[in-house]
Design a protein around this ligand. Sequence first.
Ligand code: 5CA
Length: 446
Amino acid sequence: MRLSRYFLPVLKENPAEAQIVSHRLMLRAGMIKQAAAGIYSWLPLGFKVLRKLENIVHEEQIRAGHIPIQMPILQSADLWRESGRYDDYGEEMLRMKDRHGRDMLYTPTAEELVTDIFRGHVNSYKDLPLTLYQIQWKFRDEIRPRFGVMRGREFYMKDGYNFDLTKEDALHAYNRHLVSYLRTYERMGLQAIPMRADSGPIGGDDTHEFLVLADTGESEVFYDSAVTDIRLGQRDIDYDDKAQCQAVMEEFTSLYARTDETHDEALFQQVPEERRRSARGIEVGQIFYFGTKYSEPMGATVQGPDGKQVPVHMGSHGIGVSRLIGAIIEASHDDKGIIWPEGVTPFHCGIVNLKQGDDEADAACDKIYKALTALGLEPLYDDRNERAGAKFATMDLIGLPWRITVGPRGLKNGVVELTSRRTGESEELSPEAAVTRIAEIYERRA
Ligand code: 5CA
């Protein structure tokens, strides 16, 4: 992409309405624009990051054996009356009537609809286990939407639902989700710690939230600092292996880590004092096991091996895809702007032409641009007639992890400059070597 042809409406001034850094930077970098309270349009740069996160979520869900579907945003109230949640859900649910006076709602989550799909098509235990998921817009009429995409009313969420014959199988699905979520967050450059939590309107007793530690987080958390040393890394996990998934679950959840809703001061006191931490965190996902809470009232049963009809054991599992963008920026920025981790960056590298219109500089930039594109990488080439300072400021603000700077003076010596956004360190090398270096960086991290 050439910046002269792109739509990147960056803001010079700090927007007054933004209270936290991620919201401020998303507005300033032209990623989103508020359409109504807690509802946003996604401008090209923001939309690109959203798509990247979505792709990572899909890849990791499919790797875990989960199957993508797409359910509608508007649902009939009837199913929600069957589960009893139509009245329970309260004011967070946006309700409306269609022209025939039928009660409709904008989906805040989809346990009922997916259970209806299941009961309509699955009759035998032989068709289990089954996990269906979607990535879809949700609406919750939050009293206090704030912090931009962090607490929106309309937000983008991955929601997955497992159907199993027994509690034991459903707990394996729970563990599988835990492992796949850890992989997902790590690929996004984040550490998200599973913490014991409260299940709220979804229900059930077994639930963990995934929290990214950040001063601006809305959740209060208590944990043993040793949990922050654990990483999943490049482990090869067999998602069908119950013992292996269980072991990862135990490794990540045995140490004390709880949100304020389930915090137990007496238990916490047993953590060695020097490792006791209380902090704030951003909730970027939650997994639930709730047994037959929906399958029983809605009649989602299968014939078991003994011929008897039994309600299936279920859980649901969510990732806040749009919220994650805020969480990543909270975790990765400096006073000049965003610093994207390589795994989620909207463009792999920026190209800054210091002297637009200079034949040699223009030709060198074009060549680098073409070489990167031919490698399947996406560069953002700042080909505008702007001062170098303004070009650098834009690149720093939008946070591409690598920048190649091209100018007539360097080219006389056969070199361009490659700069890391994270460290600010630069090195001079030939244009070809710069391209090779970028290719290596992304192959290593692809
Ligand atoms: N049905 C279950 C699992 S699919 C469910 O709805 N879980 S949830 O309520 O915990 O939501 C899943 C994730 O969506 C949360 O962990 C959070 O990251 C994100 N989320 C929830 N509410 C909002 C909101 N108002 N704005 C942005 N993200 C949100």
